[in-house]
Design a protein around this ligand. Structure first.
Ligand SMILES: Nc1ncnc2c1ncn2[C@@H]1O[C@H](COP(=O)(O)OP(=O)(O)OP(=O)(O)O)[C@@H](O)[C@H]1O
Ligand SMILES: [Mg+2]
Length: 285
């Protein structure tokens, strides 16, 4: 394990992520739960998938389920009914596996998308028969899961790059740019003259990774430039990058080089934000 200049314990975070990844969409939770436990539920309505996460009161992951969908675009719910249907199925699946009813949940929106989008996410969660406790911003939820006091979280999903900078546990700055994994797919589709569905499959094909990355490298460099220039204060270290779009071996070296700072990727980076969202689902302190 490399030593990093950070209080973020990536080793511990990776253990949680690995354990979570083994149960996602499966038929067993990480451990059995009792009926009197207060479970914490996170709902991430993403551009590429809807993810439901369940934690215990100690914020330990228990179970998760997701479905790919296109009901959300650039962080905004564009197909309300479909989002609700998917979330209801995920809730049912989690309840069947855990053997308990899930009653409360928290959701998230990309930073700066305003009150309207938070309201829609609340409505989706409530229509799936949860009591919605809070809507948080996505990169801040990721920072929560990473226990980050000082540093920068960059969350690169399907549609957006969200950046939040923390100092002494305080959120200094949070911003969002509309460049994500889907832009990599579009560049790949243009290069190979194929449609985006085919390009998406090609992008995720590990055996083609070297060839794919050579084409999408400029998009990764752009993401690093966004991070470098859009932050008005200072990109605080450590820089931890999360989100599904970073699932390439060469992502971090390329991103770091343009950013001119070291950057770190947790295992299963697509689950960091959804797990962080669930950590807010508790009684007010
Ligand atoms: N193995 C992989 N290799 C490359 N890209 C991947 C891989 N798996 C997922 N992705 C990409 O990650 C992106 C989805 O990431 P994530 O699940 O974090 O997004 P999201 O939360 O749904 O979107 P957003 O946060 O932008 O609303 C998609 O563009 C997808 O193509
Ligand atoms: Mg996301």
């Amino acid at each position: 394990m490399m030593t990093i200049k950070t209080q973020v314990d990536l080793k511990q975070v990776n253990q949680q992520l690995q354990a979570f990844a083994t149960v996602v969409n499966g038929n067993h939770p990480i451990r059995e739960v009792t009926a009197d436990e207060q479970l914490r539920v996170g709902v991430d309505l993403g551009t590429s998938s809807i993810v439901l996460t369940v934690l215990d009161e100690q914020n330990q992951p228990l179970y998760g389920a997701f479905e790919y969908d296109n009901a959300v675009r650039d962080g905004i719910v564009v197909n309300f009914i479909e989002s609700v249907q998917i979330l209801k199925r995920l809730k049912q699946k989690a309840e069947d596996v855990l053997g308990v009813t899930l009653t409360t949940a928290c959701g998230a929106v990309p930073p700066g998308t305003g009150h309207g989008s938070a309201k829609i996410v609340t409505n989706v969660i409530e229509s799936a028969e949860f009591e919605c406790r809070e809507i948080v911003d996505e990169p801040t939820a990721a920072a929560q899961f990473l226990h980050m006091q000082d540093g920068t979280v960059v969350d690169i999903g399907g549609g957006t790059t969200g950046i939040s900078v923390f100092e002494h546990g305080h959120l200094n700055e949070v911003l969002d740019e509309a460049t994500g994994g889907f832009h990599m797919t579009l560049v790949l589709a243009g290069y190979h003259h194929v449609d985006s569905a085919e390009a998406e499959l090609m992008k995720r094909d590990e055996s083609k990774e070297g060839e794919v990355f050579a084409v999408i490298r400029p998009v990764v460099e752009k993401m690093a430039m966004i991070t470098k220039t859009a932050v008005t204060t200072e990109v605080k270290q450590p820089v931890i990058v999360v989100g599904g779009a970073i699932n390439f071996k060469q992502f971090i070296p390329t991103f770091s080089k343009t950013l001119t700072l070291p950057a770190y990727k947790p295992d299963f980076p697509q689950f960091v934000t959804p797990l962080g969202i669930a950590m807010y689902d508790h009684e007010p302190e």
